[in-house]
Design a protein around this ligand. Structure first.
Ligand code: ASP
Length: 455
C-alpha cells in the first residue's frame, strides 16, 4: 500500500487535479492521498495559503475582508467549474471560510492556524468530490476524525505517537482516502498547523502509521538534484539517497522535501520517493535507509544564506568549567536555537539563523555575554552562508575534505568556518554570503563534473 502526497502546484488547477486522479487510479496500491492547498499556477501567482494569511490578517485588524475572501473562493470556483462539479461544493467552501472568519480572535495564533488550514481542508473536500464525480470510490477524512494528533505547543507543532493507532485504521477503509495536509488536532480538539510546507509531514506521519510500503511525494520536479538548479545548470539527478543525506540537504536549502517530514518515515523505515506529477513515469528520487556509497561518496551540495556568527574569545576558556553551558544558556533564555558551535582552545563561535536575532536581542545577548562571562572579546558577524557537502561515503573516504577545501580556495573564497559532525555525513563550510555561489559552483565541478579541468 502506498501513501501519496501532492504538493501545491500539483493541485493548483483542474488540469493538475486530473493528473493527480490519473496517477492515483493507475495504481491500486495508492490508497491514501494527502493534498496541499492550491499552490501557484504560474511563477508570480499567489498560493492559496498566502491568500488565507492575508485574509486572516485583515480580519484580525477588523478591516473589511470581503474582497480577500472572494479571491480565495474564486480560486476554488475556477477549479470546481473547470472540473465540471456543480456549485454546491463552492457554496460549501464559502460557508466554511465565513464560519472560520467569524470565530473568536482573541488567540491570534489559533485564529490564524484555523484560517491557514482552510486551504488544504477545502481542497481535500473538493478533490474527494471530484473522485466521486467520476465514479471512483473515495472519501474525505478530516485529521480530527482520522486521528492526526499534535502537541499543544503552537510555536513548535509536532505529531504525537498517541494518534498512530487510530491513523493506522485508515488502512482498513474502503476506497481512496483524501486527507488534507498541514494540520492536526490537540487532545482537547484545538486545531494546529505545522510550519510552512507541512503537508509533507502529514503524508509521512500517515505513511508511518499505516506502515505503507512506500510514501510517494509528488511535486513539480523529476527528482532531487545534486545542487540547486537555479545556480548550477542541469545538475545531476539523485536516484537514491539515505534519510540522513536528505535531512542534511533539506536543512541547507533543498526545499523539495520538508526536513521535518523525514522523521516519521525514517523511524519506521518507510521508503520515500520524490516524484513529478507532470512526469509520473520518471523514476524520481528514492530515499531509503542505506545505499551503496561506493558508487557516489558525495550525493549533493547545498548552500543556504542568512546565518550570523557570535564569536567569543577568552584566555584560558578551556579551563573554565561551565563556560560553554552558560553561553548557550543565554541563547536558550533568549529562545534562539543554534546550528553549529565551532571552537578553539580559547574561543567559541555560535552560528545561528539570523532570522531569530532582532537588533534588540543581539544587543542584549552581547551585553549579557560581557557581563556574565567576562570574555576578552565578543564579535557578531552577519551575512554568512553555509555550504554543506553531503554524502554517506564521506566517512570512509580519505582526502575528501582536502579536495573540498582546495576547490573552495580555487574559487578565491576564504573559508570562515569548517564543521564536520561526528556522524560524518556532511561537511559544512561557512563562507561570506558574496562567496556562496562561486564556492558552490567550484565544489560541484570538483565532485560531479568528471571532465572538469582545474585551473
Ligand atoms: N499550504 C501550506 C504551505 O503553503 C502547506 C503545504 O503546502 O505543504 O505552506
Amino acid at each position: 500500500m502506498k501513501v501519496c502526497k501532492f504538493g501545491g502546484t500539483s493541485v493548483a488547477t483542474a488540469d493538475q487535479i486530473r493528473k493527480v486522479v490519473d496517477i492515483v487510479t493507475s495504481d491500486s496500491d495508492r490508497k491514501i492521498v494527502v493534498v496541499s492547498a492550491p499552490g501557484k499556477r504560474f511563477s508570480d501567482d499567489i498560493k492559496v495559503t498566502d491568500l488565507l494569511i492575508q485574509l486572516g490578517e485583515k480580519a484580525l485588524s477588523h478591516e473589511n475582508a470581503e474582497s480577500e475572501l472572494m479571491e480565495v473562493v474564486d480560486r476554488y470556483r475556477a477549479i470546481a467549474e473547470d472540473l465540471g462539479l456543480d456549485g454546491a461544493i463552492v457554496e460549501k467552501i464559502e460557508l466554511d471560510l465565513r464560519e472560520r472568519l467569524a470565530r473568536d480572535k482573541e488567540d491570534k495564533l489559533l485564529f490564524m492556524d484555523t484560517m491557514k488550514a482552510a486551504g488544504e481542508d477545502n481542497n481535500a473536500k473538493l478533490i474527494a468530490e471530484y473522485f466521486k464525480f467520476i465514479g471512483v470510490n473515495a472519501q474525505y477524512v478530516s485529521p480530527r476524525e482520522g486521528g492526526l494528533l499534535v502537541n499543544d505547543r503552537p510555536e513548535r507543532v509536532r505529531a504525537l505517537p498517541e494518534g498512530d493507532e487510530r491513523l493506522a485504521t485508515l488502512r482498513d477503509r474502503q476506497g481512496i482516502i483524501v486527507f488534507p495536509g498541514f494540520f492536526g488536532y490537540t487532545e482537547d480538539g484545538t486545531l494546529r498547523t505545522f510550519n510552512r510546507g507541512g503537508s509533507d509531514i502529514t503524508g509521512s506521519i500517515i505513511a508511518a502509521a499505516v506502515e505503507a510500503d512506500l510514501y510517494e511525494n509528488f511535486t513539480d520536479v523529476d527528482s532531487v538534484f545534486a545542487a540547486n538548479p537555479t545556480v548550477i545548470e542541469n545538475p545531476v539527478a539523485i536516484k537514491k539517497m539515505t534519510y540522513r543525506e536528505m535531512r542534511e540537504l533539506a536543512y541547507a536549502g533543498f526545499s523539495v522535501f520538508h526536513d521535518e517530514a523525514l522523521i516519521p518515515a525514517f523511524r519506521k523505515s518507510i521508503p520515500v520517493c520524490i516524484k513529478n506529477t507532470n512526469n509520473p513515469n520518471a523514476p524520481g528520487t528514492l530515499i531509503v535507509k542505506e545505499r551503496d556509497y561506493n558508487e557516489q561518496q558525495v550525493i549533493g551540495i547545498a548552500a543556504d544564506s542568512g546565518f550570523t556568527a557570535i564569536y567569543v574569545d577568552k584566555y584560558l576558556m578551556n579551563l573554565e568549567i561551565g563556560f560553554g553551558r552558560r553561553l548557550l544558556q543565554i541563547l536558550e533564555e533568549e529562545e534562539i536555537p543554534f546550528e553549529h558551535t565551532p571552537s578553539g582552545i580559547d574561543n567559541l563561535s555560535i552560528i545561528i539563523r539570523s532570522r531569530f536575532l532582532s537588533k534588540e536581542k543581539e544587543e542584549r545577548i552581547v551585553e549579557r555575554i560581557h557581563k556574565e562571562l567576562e570574555p576578552d572579546a565578543v564579535i557578531v558577524e552577519h551575512d554568512y552562508s553555509m555550504i554543506v557537502l553531503v554524502g554517506e561515503g564521506m566517512q570512509y573516504t580519505t582526502g575528501l575534505a582536502a579536495r573540498a577545501a582546495t576547490a573552495i580556495a580555487r574559487s578565491g573564497t576564504n573559508i570562515e568556518m569548517i564543521n564536520q559532525g561526528s556522524s560524518e555525513v556532511s561537511l559544512v563550510f561557512g563562507v561570506k554570503v558574496q562567496d556562496e555561489t562561486k564556492s558552490l559552483k567550484e565544489l560541484y565541478n570538483e565532485f560531479f563534473v568528471k571532465s572538469y579541468v582545474k585551473s
